[in-house]
Write a protein that binds this ligand. Sequence first.
Ligand SMILES: [Zn+2]
Ligand SMILES: [Zn+2]
Ligand SMILES: [Zn+2]
Length: 272
Amino acid sequence: MAKEAPSSDSDNAPSRGTLEVLFLGTGASTGVPTIGCGCPVCLSPNPRNERTRSSILVRYEGRQILIDAAPDLRHQALRNKLKRIDAVIFTHPHADHILGIDELRIFNYLQKEEIPVFGDPETLRIIMGMFPYAFSEENRGGLTRPRLIPNKVIGHTLIFGLPVTPFLVKHGPVLNHALRMGNLVYLTDCNEVPAESMKYLAGVDTLVIGAVRYEPHASHFGIWQALEFIDRIKPRKAYLTHLSHGIDHAQLESELPPNVYASHDGLVISVF
Ligand SMILES: [Zn+2]
Ligand SMILES: [Zn+2]
Ligand SMILES: [Zn+2]
């Protein structure tokens, strides 16, 4: 029988000091189902096999902080009834993590303010090159474009009171940033964690970790590698994300240790 991960109504604000995670998307870069594919997972009637591109919403002290802006952000916001995004943190500038930037425009409209975005200098340089109109000075009062304020993050920082520490991980030929946020670590798009980054995982309560398929991949952990890594870190709970159509939700859940779960779109968890 599939394990039931803890979940709550996504409209409920977490109590003070609690960190809550809403999984907006849990899919690999092509999403699941994948265009043109007739495999059993892409044709599956199980809604947990329908995965939009990976992104989470972190709720803390009444604020909602988006981690990555996936190409499916509009769909994710509608189905989760999102009305507010206080800030965005980008892990890296790959298309499946940034192409939802244009959808932030409607949140500027709803909130009647600019939205701060955070990332390492190189990620922000690439994003600002791709979406110059979202950062231009002339655009400050307009409604037709996103209005974003860039904030370069090098090390530990506070974002609306949420302690955030980005740390480097290997993602094939490029580097990516995992994020430690309180006792949560969001670590996706990674095939190796360098020794000097391991200290950021000490004592983590909840580890969200990316794995695209069962076998190792040049830029991502495979499921078995991710499980080995989880066993080294020993978090209270771990959630697998960034899953491709090579993975059936129910099958994967039946294969996981008791403290490890396959995430799915719409899942809400609390971090302690
Ligand atoms: Zn990705
Ligand atoms: Zn498929
Ligand atoms: Zn990537």
